[in-house]
Design a protein around this ligand. Structure first.
Ligand code: NAP
Length: 217
């Protein structure tokens, strides 16, 4: 699958590596232009491509937001994102590292900014080092019910569009984690964002499923 990544820092580069290793085609970008991510994409190999933000968005069936939440308003207009699955991996921190005091779940702001896109909150609760080190793509030992083995770490997925959630859940499995659905975008984003019950708490999928009351998994 073609995946555009906006933000080439700790999270963006980590996800790029996981996706490339799983056989996907990635375009990595930041606010400064393609030239500035060339060293990173060279390092990632021939399935990683440098781009500017617009090119990365256009390139992807799935577009991952891996930039600071507070910078999202400088992104191109919502039209560019129409039809895309937008994975919101951001967390609402201020520049000085405090959690922003928002009246609504953070992903709702993203969904309003990109009304033609299907926004899925995912990959935001684990820190980049855990994502880098705990991925277990070889342990795809599915039980009879088709779910990924419960001892993989959970990556939480929330969204309002079942097909988009499913696509993102497949990506989570591809890169070596177990997708666990947390509800609608509003419900799940609240559980997944800083201050929520699932944020920053790595847990095996089996344990994670017991904590989600929605009965979605
Ligand atoms: N670090 C983690 O462990 C972790 C885990 C889960 C979620 N997250 C979330 O992921 C996001 C990124 O975190 P990070 O730790 O990877 O930050 P980071 O290391 O500071 O990287 C941020 C990246 O975003 C780019 N960026 C900034 N403004 C941009 C813009 N307007 N357009 C395009 N690219 C822009 C930056 O490049 P330029 O400034 O050069 O444009 C940089 O490549 C945050 O929302 C964070 O809360 C982080």
């Amino acid at each position: 699958m073609d995946i555009g990544i906006v933000g080439a820092g700790r999270l963006g580069e980590t996800l790029a590596r996981l996706f490339v290793d799983a056989g996907h085609e990635v375009m990595l970008s930041n606010s400064r232009g393609a030239w500035s991510v060339e060293d990173q994409t060279d390092e990632l190999g021939r399935h990683a491509h440098p781009g500017d933000v617009e090119e990365a968005v256009l390139s992807g069936e799935v577009v991952v937001l891996a930039l600071p939440f507070r910078n999202r308003e400088s992104l191109p207009s919502g039209d560019l994102f129409a039809g895309k699955i937008v994975v919101d991996a951001t967390n609402p921190y201020t520049e000085s590292g405090e959690v922003m005091d928002l009246p609504r779940p953070s992903s709702e702001y993203v969904a309003r900014q990109f009304p033609g896109a299907r926004v899925v909150k995912a990959f935001n609760t684990l820190d980049w080092e855990t994502l880098r080190d705990a991925a277990d793509p070889t342990g795809d030992d599915r039980p009879d019910d088709g779910r990924v083995a419960d001892d993989r770490l959970a990556v939480f997925v929330a969204g309002d569009y079942p097909n988009a959630n499913e696509t993102v859940a497949d990506l989570v499995e591809d890169v070596g984690f177990a997708p666990v659905e947390t509800g609608t975008l509003a419900e799940g984003s609240t559980r997944q964002e800083p201050g929520g019950e699932l944020y920053g708490r790595p847990m095996a999928a089996g344990d994670a499923r017991k904590r989600i009351p929605a009965g979605r998994n």
